[in-house]
Design a protein around this ligand. Structure first.
Ligand SMILES: [Fe+2]
Length: 486
């Protein structure tokens, strides 16, 4: 049963944009259904919610379109007692509602000229729409969708997907994508970044959804951190040498430039620390989109993430004119990310770093979140389709043995981030499942697949056919029944 279709005004016409076609074709119906074809058996011990955010534009863009501009649409599958319920809804952001009222676009995207926006506000630098379409977590009993250019953070009801509103603890400069939920404490750790000194802030929200801590993180200028990390006692921030050209920011233009002669800097601060408690470490220049985990070991803080071998790759030659550099910037094969480890000695100030695996391109890592912030063994990454921001398979890395196991999703089949679902009473760190949505272009449909994390080579133990083919997107999460209930 499709609902809400009449309420959403869609003016986007078919067009030849590489990221509004194929596996990125937006979907406009909002559906609620438990009438789903199931191949195999949904494991009876799974009880929770898989949540995926997607960029799903309903209007054409003002100026050039970037796939990260699209309106946020959340897709969920609720699994319980061997049954499944699928639901999807647009995030009713202020920008989305204003454009619905207008009947067309009001803001440029990140490739546009900000001065061309018809309205200001709801963006990190005041001119682009907060689409809330990048990341998604579940915290304090609600889904929280976020935008990587810093937005307000929207809370949605995990059962109905109704947009409840913006999170009331969000500061003036907004919050970035990738707030972190520590399952051990129920806290949410967040950061933001902006073009105004001190350029970054850090905060902690309690399990009761109340702001517990908020401090400035002083940076040398406007920076573009995408993710943060945490251990049991510390929060970790990064200052990579890829940032907007300062002289252009003054003209309201936001063009990133890489500075390979500058170090990557890491700031480590006690989770409830004050600005003067932060310790900074230098490391090799790179850019990192995502961290997999961090933990403490003796005097060291250990951080793992995806080191980019080519943060500013050459443009794709076979992409439509005007989109060659954009295409390369989101193609894993172009920027070549690989699993990397940094060790920061909190006593001596020394940094050590090493490549963990040479099997790039891998990115968008998931771990067993029950041990986030603690020593861990397994990372589940996705692999990229050459030339595209599409995920064509999964790699399980064993950080203890150095072994890696890979599966392909199949020809013209593209997945999402595949969070780990722990079994009840797990016997080991990888005792559980991986879950993903697949967009299958050959069969013109989407699926939810569930894989045994201890035997990924065996392929899905269960496949649930979704009622429509959904667009590809960026981030996803898993929340247990207990987390939803909080
Ligand atoms: Fe991200």
């Amino acid at each position: 049963m499709a609902t809400g279709v009449d309420q959403v005004k869609v003016t986007l016409e078919p067009n030849d944009h590489p990221y509004r076609n194929g596996a990125w074709t937006p979907v406009f119906e909002e559906v609620d259904t438990d009438e789903l074809e199931i191949i195999g058996t949904i494991p009876a011990d799974i009880d929770g919610l898989y949540v995926r955010n997607t960029e799903n534009p309903v209007h054409d863009s003002i100026g050039r379109y970037h796939p990260f501009d699209g309106d946020g649409m959340i897709h969920t599958i609720r699994l319980r007692n061997g049954k499944a319920h699928y639901r999807n809804r647009f995030v009713r952001t202020k920008g989305f509602e204003a454009e619905q009222e207008e009947g067309g676009p009001l803001w440029v995207g990140i490739m546009g000229k900000p001065d061309d926006s018809k309205r200001k506000g709801w963006g990190a630098h005041g001119s682009i729409k907060d689409s809330s379409s990048t990341d998604v977590v579940v915290h304090a009993g609600a889904i929280l969708s976020t935008f990587y250019q810093c937005g307000e953070g929207y809370r949605l009801d995990p059962e109905t997907l109704e947009t409840i509103g913006t999170a009331d603890w969000v500061p003036e400069d907004g919050i970035s994508a990738h707030p972190k939920v520590d399952e051990a404490t129920g806290e949410l750790l967040f950061f933001n970044y902006s073009t105004k000194a001190p350029y970054c802030h850090y905060g902690v929200v309690g399990p009761d959804n109340a702001l517990k801590h908020f401090i400035p993180i002083e940076l040398p200028g406007a920076r573009l951190p995408h993710d943060m990390a945490f251990t049991e006692n510390f929060a970790i921030f990064n200052d990579c040498p890829l940032y907007w050209k300062p002289e252009l920011i003054e003209r309201n233009l936001f063009i990133p430039a890489y500075h390979p002669d500058e170090p990557t800097r890491f700031g480590i601060i006690p989770r409830m620390g004050q600005p003067e408690d932060i310790k900074w470490f230098d490391a090799k220049p790179t850019y990192v989109l995502h961290w997999t985990n961090a933990y403490e070991q003796g005097d060291e803080v250990v951080l793992d993430g995806y080191f980019q071998n080519e943060p500013v790759p050459p443009p794709l030659t076979d992409f439509p004119a005007g989109y060659e550099s954009m295409g390369a910037s989101i193609d894993l094969h172009s920027f070549k990310p690989e699993l990397h480890r940094w060790r920061f000695n909190m006593k001596t100030g020394e940094t050590k770093e090493e490549t963990l695996f040479n099997d790039y391109p891998v990115e968008f890592g998931m771990i067993n979140q029950q041990i986030a912030g603690k020593p861990y063994r397994y990372v589940y990454s996705v692999t990229g389709e050459p030339g595209w921001f599409l995920f064509n398979g999964l790699t399980k890395h064993d950080l203890e043995t150095g072994e890696a196991e890979h599966i392909s999703f199949g020809e013209q089949r593209f997945g999402s981030e595949a969070p780990f679902i722990p079994r009840a009473n797990p016997q080991s760190e990888d005792d559980g499942y991986l879950i993903s949505f697949i967009t299958d272009m050959a069969q013109n449909r989407s699926e939810c697949i569930i894989i045994d994390a201890q035997d990924i080579a065996a392929g899905p133990v269960c496949t649930i056919i979704l009622p429509h083919r959904i667009s590809s997107g960026t981030h996803a999460t898993w929340a247990s029944a207990e987390q939803i209930a909080r």
